[in-house]
Design a protein around this ligand. Structure first.
Ligand SMILES: *Cc1c(COP(=O)(O)O)cnc(C)c1O
Length: 367
């Protein structure tokens, strides 16, 4: 069977280095707020090109903390509206509602699954204070038009960069395009930890300081609490593993690009709608390779029967979830069509050419 994602194989690529660092951290006797985190934060900031990187407990917290800090700083207030794509993982929306801000859902482009920027302006009201872009599936969601719109209406741009570490737009890395960005290092992400982990990058030093404090019980000085904070810290063990893997992220992403090209060149089935690859290959890091097809369940079953594991990202959009009952009556036809038709094929830095060719061959025989 070809697995959707073989995490064991991915991490064993760096076995010797990771085990050495883990042992060192274990033996150091220092497990939180130490040199491993400091070192990883510095290397992440350098990699992204951002003046600030803050390690946190997970990707959802990274996004929640950005909004929380803006509220503490008086730059956002409860009830403010945040434009967010309707087709995203629910974490993007939870970060907004958890802070008693109002998500305003926007439709994506069917061609690249990312925000339809031309549709945003119509959604802006006097209460709109921010746009959250999600670089979905690893593809940059950005344009000059978006920058101009944010400037014109004085909106902050927050990037959900959980899926796109290493992607670039005109020479700038995702995570350094907007005002602040949330990263996830969930094990299956392109840069994956051995458990939960995340980070925030941001341009403003005061915002960074505030996020760092809120993530540590609202404290800048031990036992002195400036904010009603939370406990959302990256730990030393995860930071040491991430620091090893960060060195290989560009090479890993490059392998993913090659696989995506192999799929696009090889898949000839008229039952499959392929993603349109960006003209500049650096704009996509292929966290997922997502095709569309009319009878999705039938194709998924066919692939399973032929030994190919696939997943759906995602089967139900946030506004149709029970958790958001009060949004269930909203209608976003493009988003809903995407959720009915998408299917993610295996892609990773370790899947072999032979496996990809086998998947292509099986897909091309699908009737
Ligand atoms: C994974 C993911 C998150 C959340 O990250 P966690 O580390 O699982 O909390 C947020 N947004 C998107 C788009 C994601 O894919």
């Amino acid at each position: 069977m070809i697995k959707f994602l073989d995490l064991q194989k991915i991490n064993l690529q760096y076995q010797a280095e990771i085990e050495a660092r883990l042992l060192e951290t274990f033996r150091s006797g220092w497990y939180l707020q130490g040199n491993e985190v400091k070192n990883f934060e510095a290397n992440l900031a350098t990699y992204i090109g951002s003046p600030n990187a803050i390690g946190v407990a997970n990707g959802l917290d990274a996004l929640r903390l950005i909004f929380k800090a803006y509220i503490e700083l008086g730059q956002l207030k409860f009830g403010d509206e945040v434009i967010v794509p309707a087709n995203t993982y629910i974490a993007s929306v939870l970060a907004i509602t958890d802070n008693r801000l109002k998500p305003v859902f926007a439709e994506p482009n069917i061609d690249n699954f990312n925000l339809d920027i031309s549709a945003i302006e119509a959604l802006i009201t006097p209460k709109t204070k921010a746009i959250m872009v999600v670089h979905l599936y690893g593809q940059i969601s950005w344009s000059e038009e978006l920058e101009a719109l944010a400037k014109k209406h004085d909106l902050k741009i927050i990037e959900d960069n959980a899926q796109a570490i290493g992607a670039e737009w005109n020479g700038t890395k995702s995570g350094n395009l907007g005002d602040a960005a949330g990263f996830s290092f969930y094990p299956g992400k392109n840069l994956g930890a051995l458990g939960d982990a995340g980070a925030v990058t941001c341009k403003d030093d005061l915002l960074a300081k505030t996020i760092r404090a809120i993530a540590n019980y609202g404290s800048e000085e031990k036992y002195v609490n400036k904010y009603q904070g939370l406990n959302s810290r990256l730990d030393e063990i995860q930071a040491s593993v991430l620091d090893v893997k960060l060195k290989y992220i560009d090479a890993d992403n490059e392998k993913r690009r090659k696989i995506a090209e192999q799929y696009v060149d090889g898949i000839k089935s008229n039952k499959v709608i392929l993603p349109i690859l960006p003209a500049n290959p650096k704009e996509h890091v292929y966290h997922l390779f997502v095709i569309r097809t009319k009878k999705r369940d039938k194709l998924q079953k066919y692939l399973t029967e032929n030994g190919i594991q696939t997943l759906i990202h995602y089967p139900i959009p946030p506004h149709k979830q029970k958790a958001y009952k009060y949004y269930n009556n909203l209608s976003f036809p493009v988003t809903e069509k995407i959720h009915e038709e998408v299917l993610s094929l295996p892609i990773s830095s370790i899947i072999s050419d032979a496996e990809v060719n086998q998947i292509i061959h099986i897909l091309n025989q699908y009737q």
